[in-house]
Design a protein. Structure first.
Length: 198
């Protein structure tokens, strides 16, 4: 089994790279999807978040009110650390479980946006970082509904490009066209993944 850690700052396009790798046969373990799963209604994760942050972070339908929680944690690093201490262990445990279910010869890509921040880079055979220039990232996040100010605030709360590059085996630049990104993914798959599988 080849274990790849995939990461990139918010708006960099690591989810796009994840889909491109999945199309080439990789098994994807998506930390963002797991992070939603572990705080779904009725889970111990949601109960712990409500205990830490109060009932104001629960939507009328009983699900986690993500914008309300984001407003608390992105403005306060201590609150964000409290949330991380609840969610990250649950996400890691579930990710380990999902990876263990993959075939022994699989290429397993762990899509972990906060891979650097959570100190997980050393746990993979290869670390793949996706970058894009900051203004491109802000523009993408604004298209998703964030204000430019919120986008910059979230980018600042994450690791820097330099910190991500420091742990990277390979860096993909996603500032250009989708075709240019796909060509880089092809090169990564051909030059790094296939030889490692053999």
């Amino acid at each position: 089994m080849l274990r790849i850690g995939l990461t990139g700052g918010i708006g960099s396009g690591e989810s796009t790279v994840s889909r491109l790798l999945e199309r080439r046969g990789a098994v994807i373990v998506d930390a963002d999807a797991i992070a939603r799963e572990v705080v779904a209604p009725g889970t111990p994760g949601l109960a712990a978040v409500v205990e830490a942050f109060g009932g104001g972070v629960v939507a009328p339908d009983g699900s986690l009110d993500r914008p309300a929680l984001a407003a608390i944690v992105f403005a306060d690093s201590a609150a964000r650390a409290r949330l991380d201490a609840i969610v990250h262990p649950l996400v890691r445990a579930r990710a380990t479980e999902l990876a263990a279910g993959a075939p022994p010869d699989a290429v397993v890509v762990h899509d972990v946006p906060l891979l650097v921040e959570t100190g997980q880079a050393g746990g993979y055979d290869l670390v793949l970082v996706v970058e894009a220039d900051p203004e491109t990232r802000v523009a993408r996040l604004v298209q998703r509904g964030l204000t430019a100010e919120d986008a910059r605030s979230r980018m600042t709360a994450q690791a820097s490009d330099e910190q991500r590059r420091a742990v990277a085996d390979v860096v993909l630049d996603n500032s250009g066209t989708p075709e240019e990104l796909e060509a880089q993914v092809d090169r990564f798959w051909t030059e790094r993944v296939l030889p490692a599988e053999r």
